[in-house]
Design a protein around this ligand. Sequence first.
Ligand code: NAP
Ligand code: MG
Length: 399
Amino acid sequence: MAKIKMTTPLVEMDGDEMTRVIWKWIKEILIEPYVDLKTEYYDLGLEYRNATGDQVTIDSAEATKKYGVAVKCATITPNAARMTEYNLTEMWKSPNGTIRAILDGTVFRAPIIVKGITPYIPTWTKPITIARHAYGDIYKNTEMAVPAGCKAELVCTDENGNETRKVIHEFTKSAGIVQGVHNLDSSIASFARSSFNYALDQKQDVWFAAKDTISKTYDHHFKDVWQEIYDNEYKEKFEEAGITYFYTLIDDAVARVIRSEGGYIWACKNYDGDVMSDMLATAFGSLAMMTSVLVSPDGVYEYEAAHGTVQRHYYKHLKGEETSTNSVATIFAWTGALRKRGELDNLPDLCDFADRLENACVKTIEDGIMTGDLYTLSKLENKKKVNTLDFLRAIADRI
Ligand code: NAP
Ligand code: MG
């Protein structure tokens, strides 16, 4: 068989630990035999990030802007323990945070659904994709504990030194706590545009929710920015695509999500997205079956798995012990990126290959061949737990 040709390179961001091991195997066993793979390689493994003063992360994000599509392996975000483990010169920031800041994107997370692993909510027959706004609110807050007798005020000073004040609370009898949060029109607008673009890409409805009845300025502003962008830039495109934009109160949204069958994009404010994405990942089964893509408002895509570097499995692997690590979300990061490259470069064979590889993953699990994480969840009768490599080989048999 002639290998499928690519025209534009994919930006390839390698990573750490067990996912770095899987990364290499996925390429060797599942992709390179079929695709004449063209990538621009960036090593985001912690050692090389440290050696380059994290410049490689910035370079990889700039390359993503240039080419439009990237695929990323999970990476270590250093903490104190990693400082000694890797002998780091600095506690480098999260690569995902750095890349997100450069691309100004929104993260979309969607579960991969397979037969035999039923969601805790039985009506959820289609995936629910969460779009989490990744800027501001309580994640960039200023807060204080205050003693009794204090008056807390919100003060805004303009360029000319004029102050606008509002009393938050007079702490006459009891001590208490205060918090200041903010968001930016530009960031809210990027969030809305990324979500609308992704919806058009996926041909799925978008739901967005806030607490505008209680927060009449702050949350209401989110609602207004979204509505204005929808009306001016997306309404016609949505009507043509036969999809809808739906705004409701956050509590109403939660109730509707539980009753729904899935199959839409749920855009969430920062905190709602943090909480609800963990609920959805658990309810759909396993973190190892959750895909993640960062979409910038100008249409740049970076695909990855939602899980981390699976450190515990890596230490077993280093000791020569057998592991049973699930590679599905990382494979779907590759297929997502290859399909997007195929769409942009008009290479139907590449898109077709991405479909085949995804179907092969699903078929493998539905045939009862699976890794340990799924083995404990699957309700199939004839199921078999296999090791990391044998799982990849079983997928290869089914492409
Ligand atoms: P993790 O790597 O997601 O793993 C947590 C646990 O979830 C694992 O120990 C494993 O459970 C299970 N698991 C996750 N992915 C799995 C897979 N593919 N197959 C089978 N089981 C899987 O999270 P972590 O241990 O908290 O973090 C490890 C490192 O990853 C950290 O250094 C963190 O900074 C980094 N991280 C990176 C990203 C990213 O790059 N996007 C995201 C999150 C975390 P069992 O051990 O019980 O089998
Ligand atoms: Mg969370």
